[in-house]
Design a protein around this ligand. Structure first.
Ligand SMILES: NC(=O)c1ccc[n+]([C@@H]2O[C@H](COP(=O)([O-])OP(=O)(O)OC[C@H]3O[C@@H](n4cnc5c(N)ncnc54)[C@H](OP(=O)(O)O)[C@@H]3O)[C@@H](O)[C@H]2O)c1
Length: 224
């Protein structure tokens, strides 16, 4: 497969590139900083022209994985009383409009059997006390995936809602708090970036050929 991965420099994006390369796929990375993808475009997902330039160069695309995310530590811990409307708009722009931009830019490149995977989050489905703008944006990402599935068929569009996956955010809080996130799950641990990447990869691959408009929860049972 020829797979485009946004968030290619991040924890889950890097793992997805490793997983895809191991299986012989050609990977095209997108993020503002470099990645290990076979080809990389340093684009902001809010820069539609940059994305369209990349799409114009890469040729046919079988898989589009939208693994970028706003991920601002300050918004994650800000109490409700200090949150502003702009905080919501900032996260919404990157996670929702950014995902829309990437799909729009790569639409002409998608093969008829292509698969698009967006990344949501369990807080987007069940809420959370942390990062309310993030939860709201991730709920919208799930809604975007379902709508795109209806519009883009036979191209398949799905989302993965992750629970706590061990990437850079674990460095923002104490070890005890990290353990607390593990304890919130039924499996009593954080997921690894590879476990997250495998779920995305399954939805990208023909192994999931009759699955579209689905939000796959990969959270160690956190949302049960
Ligand atoms: N880790 C978790 O526990 C968890 C749980 C649920 C959902 N998720 C979601 O899974 C996805 C990946 O998470 P992660 O933990 O791998 O995140 P991460 O390590 O923080 O990586 C975030 C990625 O998004 C990219 N990005 C951010 N803003 C961007 C922009 N404006 N334009 C282009 N790229 C941008 C970053 O690249 P540059 O900074 O280089 O541009 C980076 O590659 C995110 O959508 C996240 O919300 C993660």
């Amino acid at each position: 497969m020829r797979i485009v991965v946004t968030g290619a420099s991040g924890g889950i994006g890097r793992a997805l590139i490793r997983v895809a390369k191991r299986r012989g796929d050609f990977t095209i990375g997108i993020s503002r900083s470099p990645s290990e993808a076979d080809v990389h475009y340093q684009c902001d997902v809010l820069d539609l022209r940059c994305l369209e330039r990349a799409a114009g160069e890469v040729g046919p695309v079988d898989g589009l994985a939208l693994v970028h995310g706003h991920g601002d530590q300050r918004l994650w811990v800000k109490p409700l009383s200090e949150l502003s409307g702009d905080d919501f708009i900032d996260v919404f722009k990157v996670d929702v409009i950014g995902s829309f931009n990437v799909v729009k830019a790569f639409l002409p490149s998608l093969t008829p059997g292509a698969s698009v995977v967006l990344v949501s989050s369990t807080p987007g489905l069940i809420g959370d006390v942390y990062g309310i703008p993030y939860s709201v944006a991730k709920g919208a990402v799930a809604a975007l995936a379902r709508s795109l599935a209806k519009v883009l068929a036979p191209v398949r569009v799905n989302a993965v809602a992750f629970g706590p996956i061990a990437t850079r955010w674990t460095g923002w809080i104490s070890e005890e708090e990290v353990r607390g996130f593990g304890e919130r799950t039924v499996l009593k641990r954080l997921g690894t970036p590879e476990e997250a990447a495998e779920a995305i990869y399954w939805l990208l691959s023909p192994a999931s050929s009759y699955v579209t408009g689905h939000v796959l929860v990969v959270d160690g049972g956190e949302s049960l």
